[in-house]
Ligand binder design. Structure first.
Ligand SMILES: [Zn+2]
Length: 197
């Protein structure tokens, strides 16, 4: 049921968010209206500021507010060790364990034939270039991908493309099959990192 043109426009935009259906979008729009003009201004300026400032790191494709993220630009990190993750948020979860001192590479997805997410839509080629270049400092790859078919397929493909002898490991077993990295508690994730095989 249409409300007013401005509310309908907001509802239309809110419905584009993941997990927000028409009813929820309507509820959120009314909530925002009731909160008043100050809240609307703060919300919209936060969204605009974020979209202007947040970008992908030009080295690891993690998210940051400069060209190179704090991890990639930190000379105290071990740049010979690259942890490969699916999503930018996985970086924050692994960092929270305090158990990893290497750098990262974010794929921004996994190989998934059903969703037509193929190698060209993912950040795989830059990773392979980063590993295979003659002056690459990379000596070890740690795969921290979710233990499911897509994660395994992605890991197998990357392994095939590596042309230099490297130490390759993945998070230890004990992480439930099909589980996303972000749903694993810090203790379990730290143990899986330390016992990687
Ligand atoms: Zn980075």
């Amino acid at each position: 049921m249409p409300l007013t043109p401005s509310l309908d426009r907001l509802i239309h935009e809110l419905q584009k968010l993941p997990g927000v259906g028409p009813k929820n979008a309507q509820r959120l729009a009314i909530f925002i209206f009731k909160k008043g003009a100050d809240f609307s201004r703060a919300l919209s300026s936060a969204v605009i500021e974020m979209s202007q400032n947040v970008k992908y790191c030009s080295s690891c494709a993690g998210i940051c507010e400069s060209d190179i993220c704090d991890i990639c630009s930190n000379s105290l990190r071990d740049h010979s060790k690259v942890c490969v993750v699916e999503k930018p948020t996985d970086v924050f979860h692994i960092e929270a364990t305090g158990q990893y001192n290497g750098v990262y590479h974010v794929l921004n997805g996994l190989i998934s034939p059903l969703e037509y997410l193929t190698i060209d839509k993912l950040n795989i080629k830059p990773l392979v270039a980063r590993i295979n270049s003659a002056d690459s400092p990379v000596r070890e790859i740690v795969f921290a991908l979710p233990p499911k078919v897509e994660g395994d397929a992605t890991m197998a493909l990357i392994k095939k493309m590596i042309q230099r002898p490297l130490k390759i490991s993945k998070l230890a077993q004990g992480i439930p099959t099909g589980c996303e990295i972000e749903h694993i508690d810090s203790m379990t994730l730290a143990r899986a990192l330390n016992n990687r095989n």
